[in-house]
Design a protein. Structure first.
Length: 813
RNA sequence: GCCGGGAUGGCGGAAUCGGUAGACGCAAUGGAUUCAAAACCCAUCGCCGCAAGGCAUGAGAGUUCGAGUCUCUCUCCCGGCACCA
């Protein structure tokens, strides 16, 4: 390695200089420049930075630096999402205080983040577990409570037996805990929920206004899961049971009713039916096991003697309970149409229930009128194939609606049976209470009657007690705190009790980007005027794993705050970029068990932070969430690139910049800017490399040209660029120098290179003065023998000439 | 199963509007240098072919003077949802 490039000395010196010049502190009130809020997801302080952290922060930093050079007032803040399970687990395992563990890690991560040369504004640092921050998490929770958006209710919830806490729906992946991978259990518990479902429609329509990648928007749409349909009422004696259906047009084909085993109507049934329900529940395995089982064989039990009336046909139909009906979706009950729904058909075949088709394909024409035979043949085909008849057609066996298109008749049928239009969402309310210690205490106390009350603002922050036994028991650790109980009695009186659960850490991170604007504010969670100026966030860079968690929660929070005039915007983030994943050298995801985990520190030590930054920028497009294998030789290659730059700069001479070189600089400058705007740092680096190749082959290297080159290099390799800036005898820091811009005319080249084709196949290339006519081009092209020969043999039919691009001779033999 | 995104050399990738496919880098090969090696430097580097030339962007068709790019059919890979009525 080139000893002239001592990256250790260069990097520490540059960092000292930036610190001294106070370069990355943003004046939020500055009126002279355009504000640009560049946000990157704040990290959990796990203690060791891996390559993923580098990829997240170092590459986003390139853009922050580039925008500053281009004259923007860039807010590029950092903080720590510092509540969470690892701290508590460390406490249980090693007996350390979770707070000490967390703050020690934060200290370490600060050093590491600085070692990347990341230009974060540390003066605006936010730490989620600090009382000065969680005071406002609590205050916002009380605001949501006042709006009726926070609710203490009993519900069937997911429980992680390993972490000994409940989880939000979003935190269950394939039936397992998102954190630890343990299979989750289902429990009925009274928990705190934030009513995100009230915002389902707005979360959905809001997506249409956002310029996000389609895959991110689609994932959120699927998670919200909107279905338009109708609620129809079925009578069971005097008892009415509502069902939700997207196919009310098939109601004449309903042959039985199914309720979820936990359906509330079951409580009003005779004792012998309740026994049937209990027996069924006991027989079936726990719900999660059922959900995960490969074998999706349907189970169910008929409620003996219980009959419902089909509101369309007025016929009696049997009533079943079955767990293929989900209690928490729709109304928890369905009307079963085995002829037109695969799941109902499976169930009907198993329990030998009638199958009654009511829609036939329109092509069948007159045959549809002959319905006894048609019904029989369609029923037969369902039984044979096990596949229901889906899709649209003509109704039959549907009373006065027979003969009509099912789509057209659908809402008339709803009216006829006294139903109403309904929309259902797959999204469930966000379960935010956790039976864990290291989280934000829920700012709630219960009066002697057990009614919840918010803790008044003068008692916020509602401090996390320290006299707590962390050992997980399934009970909230805060329940062991004497201090907390005494505090509640002291402030609220005898018989009042604390809430012992803490908040999901996703609540902490749902609003942190507001806090960066006013970190020291003791009177407000943010600052009105600055929020108006800086929000929404211009660009948010993060990981795709947060698409249906953090990104959804933060949108919900912002909308809820907007509705009570606490946020000036409804959508928090304009642009969103999900970065890709850095894989191990073997192309697999890095994991300790595979032994393919790379420690970035080794590479930084050996090749320097700049080489690692440039490598990560160059590895692939940052705007596409692909998987990029870490190439061990790749970093060395980038080191070589930087060394070549050092050598070239040594050759600088005080000569004039030729027009040709000026054009090349101009082209590189526009290219790098526009690639940066699209987060395509790979091609931006390539533009720098092309420029370097140009310098290397030039007989003389003008000092002004390399000066501009160093400016363009600065966002990518900030430390080296700073050192070279000094070598060039420039004043101040390269990072306050303006981005080089050139006369736009330079982007037009004087000569154009035109490809010559015969029938679309390339036969040669000609160089023409710019603005040459078609005749000039043809004349020039005919000098190429291959063209001449081809044209002599064939009849010229037409000529296509696209100036500066292509000249195509179209011939006929 | 449904929805979304993809597929380009040995590898990562480039081609911004339908106009010279393979930029830039890695790896590889040959040379130069060296006592020797590493590093550095020069050259080659999609496939077939001595060459002329032909064939090439997952497969097949289509539109077009011209298709990696547009349309249709299919295959495979990645991601999301999944007993959501």
């Amino acid at each position: 390695m080139n000893r002239a490039y001592d990256h250790r000395a260069i990097e520490s010196k540059a960092r000292e200089k930036w610190e001294y010049l106070n370069l990355s502190v943003t004046d939020l009130s500055d009126k002279t420049k355009d504000p640009y809020y560049l946000l990157v997801e704040f990290p959990y302080p796990s203690g060791d930075m891996h390559i993923g952290h580098w990829y997240a922060f170092a590459v986003t930093d390139i853009y922050a630096r580039m925008l500053r050079a281009r004259g923007k007032n860039v807010l590029f803040p950092i903080g720590f999402d510092a509540f969470g399970l690892p701290a508590e687990n460390a406490a249980i395992k090693h007996g350390v205080d979770p707070k000490d563990w967390t703050y020690k890690n934060i200290e370490r991560m600060r050093t590491q983040l600085k070692s990347m040369g990341a230009s974060f504004d540390w003066s605006k640092e936010v730490i989620a577990c600090d009382p000065s921050y969680y005071k406002w998490t609590q205050w916002l929770f009380t605001k949501l409570f006042e709006q009726g958006l926070a609710e203490h209710k009993e519900a069937s919830v997911k429980w992680c037996p390993k972490d000994q806490t409940v989880l939000a729906n979003e935190q269950v992946m394939d039936g397992c805990c998102e954190r630890c991978g343990t299979e989750v259990e289902e429990k009925t518990l009274t928990q705190w929920f934030l009513k995100i479902t009230q915002y389902a429609e707005r979360l959905l329509t809001g997506l249409n206004t956002l310029p996000w990648r389609e895959d991110i928007k689609e994932a959120q749409r699927a998670w919200i899961g909107k279905s338009d349909g109708a609620t129809l009422t079925f009578m069971i004696g005097d008892l009415s049971v509502d069902v939700f259906t997207t196919r009310p047009d098939t109601v004449f084909g309903v042959t039985y009713l199914v309720l979820a085993p936990e359906h509330s109507a079951l409580e009003n049934l005779p004792i012998e039916n309740k026994a049937e329900v209990d027996a069924y529940i006991a027989k079936t395995k726990t719900k999660t096991e059922r959900e995960r089982s490969e074998n999706k064989e349907k189970t169910g039990t008929q409620l003996s003697g219980v009959m419902a009336i089909n509101p369309a046909t007025k016929e009696e139909i049997p009533v079943y309970i079955a767990d293929y009906v989900i209690g928490s979706y729709g109304t928890g009950a369905i009307m079963a149409v085995p002829a037109h729904d695969d799941r109902d058909l499976q169930f009907a075949l198993k329990f030998n229930l009638p199958i009654c088709p009511v829609i036939a394909r329109a092509e069948l024409g007159k045959e549809i009128e002959d319905n006894p035979r048609l019904a029989e043949s369609l029923r037969e085909s369902c039984i044979q194939s096990g596949v229901a008849i889906v899709g649209d057609g003509i109704l039959f066996n549907s009373g006065e609606h027979s003969g009509r298109s099912n789509k057209v008749a659908m809402w008339d049928i709803v009216d006829a049976v006294g139903g109403k239009r309904t929309t259902s969402y797959r999204l469930r309310d966000w379960l935010v209470s956790r039976q864990r210690y290291w989280g934000c205490p829920i700012p709630i106390v219960y009066d002697p009657k057990g009614e919840p009350h918010t803790i008044p603002p003068e008692h916020l922050p509602w401090k996390l007690p320290t006299d707590v036994d962390f050992t997980p028991t399934g009970e909230s650790p805060l329940a062991s705190s004497v201090e907390l109980r005494e505090r509640v009695t002291r402030i609220f009186g005898d018989g009042w009790t604390p809430e012992y659960d803490t908040l999901d850490t996703f609540v902490d991170s749902s609003w942190y980007f507001n806090r960066y604007l006013s970190t020291d504010n003791e009177h407000s969670f943010s600052d009105d005027a600055l929020m108006k100026k800086w929000l929404p966030v211009n660009r948010y860079s993060g990981g795709s794993e947060h698409t249906n968690m953090h990104l959804l929660y933060a949108r919900f929070f912002t909308m809820a705050l907007y509705d009570i005039a606490l946020s000036p915007v409804e959508e928090p983030f304009i642009e969103r970029f999900n970065r890709g994943l850095i894989m191990g050298p073997d192309g697999h995801k890095m994991s300790k068990s595979k032994g393919n985990v790379l420690n970035p520190d080794e590479f930084v030590e050996k090749y320097g932070a700049d080489a690692v930054r440039v490598y990560l920028a160059f590895i692939g497009p940052y705007n596409e969430p692909g998987n990029y294998p870490w190439n061990l030789d790749g970093v060395a290659g980038m080191r070589k690139f930087l060394e070549r730059i050092v050598s070239v700069i040594e050759r600088k001479e005080d000569v004039e910049v030729s027009e040709d070189l000026m054009r090349k600089l101009a082209r590189a400058s526009t290219r790098i800017s526009s690639d940066g705007d699209r987060f395509k740092f790979n091609t931006a680096v390539s533009a720098l490399m092309i420029l370097l190749n140009e310098f290397e082959s030039a007989p003389k290297i003008p000092i002004l040209a390399v000066r501009d080159f160093v400016c363009m290099l600065a966002p990518f390799a900030p430390h080296l660029a700073e050192a070279l800036w000094e070598t060039l005898g420039q004043e101040g820091s390269v990072h306050v120098a303006e981005w080089p811009v050139y006369d736009p005319d330079l982007l037009q080249s004087a000569v154009s290179v035109v490809a010559v084709q015969v029938n679309g196949k390339r036969r040669g290339v000609i160089e023409l003065p710019k603005d040459s006519s078609e005749d000039d081009a043809i004349l020039e092209a005919k000098k190429i023998s291959a063209i001449e020969n081809a044209l002599n043999e064939q009849v010229l039919e037409r000529v296509i000439y696209v100036p500066e691009r292509i000249l195509n001779f179209v011939t006929r033999p």
